[in-house]
Design a protein around this ligand. Structure first.
Ligand code: DQA
Length: 145
């Protein structure tokens, strides 16, 4: 199975960006870990990051008919992007919404997501290990559906 991992704006700065919220592991480190885990699970992961909404929308659109599952950390677009929500609805690929920090324990504006009600599930507040948990959950979902 093909799993697409999409990371939104400012996640390229992981490791140095507000480590109290987002931890000390870089996106490269997280990516290496989930690539290894994917190999163990017999899955293929394709990992993408962009700061630009149109590139994220484009990547979701391009996944139609190619990816079996999407793991997405929409970052700040979680709270703003109807366009990214609509792209996920359009391609009809099951997805998990993922956040490193607990978005419910922070500013009130982070509690609302444009994705949670259409996601298979949501992981928030477990740090970088959330990516590994999401991949395991994706694998489990695909083996059942
Ligand atoms: C985030 C939480 C968002 O509120 C924030 O804008 C991010 C990262 C997280 O992974 O905890 O950029 O998605």
């Amino acid at each position: 199975p093909q799993v697409l991992v999409i990371n939104g704006p400012n996640l390229n700065l992981l490791g140095s960006r507000e480590p109290g919220h987002y931890g000390v592991r870089s996106l490269e480190d997280i990516s290496a870990r989930i690539t290894t885990l994917a190999g163990e699970l017999g899955a293929d992961v394709d990992i993408f990051q962009s700061n630009a909404e149109h590139e994220l929308v484009g990547r979701v659109q391009a996944a139609r008919g190619r990816a079996d599952f999407i793991i997405i950390n929409p970052a700040a677009f979680t709270h703003t992007s109807v366009a990214l929500r609509d792209a996920l609805l359009a391609v009809d690929i099951p997805f998990i919404e993922l956040h490193l920090s607990n978005v419910h324990a922070r500013e009130e504006f982070r509690a609302h997501s444009y994705f949670s009600d259409i996601a298979v599930g949501v992981i928030s507040g477990l740090g970088a290990v959330g990516y590994e948990l999401a991949l395991r959950a994706a694998h489990d979902h695909l083996s059942r559906n």
